[in-house]
Design a protein around this ligand. Sequence first.
Ligand code: COA
Length: 281
Amino acid sequence: MLTIDLTNKVIVVTGGGTGLGRVMTEHFIRCGAQVVICGRRETVLRETAQALGPAVHAYSCDVREWESVDNLLSRVVKDLGRLDAIVNNAAGNFLAASETLSSRAFRAVVDIVLMGTFHMSRWAGAYWIENRQPGHILNIVTTYTDTGCAFVLPSASAKAGVQALTLSLAYEWAPYGIRVNAIAPGPFPTEGAWSRLMPGRDFEEQYKKRLPTQRYGRPEELGALAAFLLSDLAPYLTGAIIPIDGAERLQGAMFNYLAQITDRDTLKAAFAALKAATRKE
Ligand code: COA
């Protein structure tokens, strides 16, 4: 039987305190890894580390800031003695009509998703090259990076940038033994994502109807794929963008359906309610 073995590997998961980042962390430690989870909310990180046990190490970090990333990864190398993989999972997303987006709103998402991924990748790549070590960068993109997507313009733009970064670095750093891949998850409902991206039960009913497998993704399916990609079972796998979505993307970009099922004013009201529910003014 093939088993995924990540024994002794040190893996850093950005946004690892909650949602799919936490799910991946659980899988990595089950395969023997030491996992550093990082994010902006220390309490959440501490709670997750406590719940998952001593193989999980919580560090606070704001991936939008180079100094914060520099500080985090220097400490990881010093405290844990090595660095094997980075999982760029931290993200920001919300539904909004694009003509209403402020400059700050667009930037808020781009800073986390694209700048954050760049900062982590830049630091780790330089470290591995300088130390003549192999390494792996695993980015989390979406199924709409090729198509664009209505009502999530900042995320579609930033994730398309992360996809370009993935492909660019995979080629450039292949001679150093650094693999760079991306997973493009489809519908995996987590509290963080669904509270921002599902404007209510009626919308969800419509959304579910378009799922060809008639079900959402199960978190463990994503965790298993991520663990496999980071393992020594996949040494020739680099420069890949791997969708895991039950073929949902083949119907068209994820949130385009919203424009088809109701009028724009209803949508804008639903988006405003989501914003109020998920954001402290
Ligand atoms: N619709 C429209 N604009 C929004 C918004 C929404 N739902 N939520 C935030 N914004 C705007 C704010 O109004 C603000 O712009 P303004 O100053 O012009 O009003 C700007 O975005 C920044 O908001 P702020 O809350 O200060 O930014 P932040 O950096 O703390 O938050 C977000 C970033 C907006 C992405 C926030 O939702 C976040 O941190 N999310 C992390 C988790 C997440 O999104 N997970 C989703 C996984 S799918």
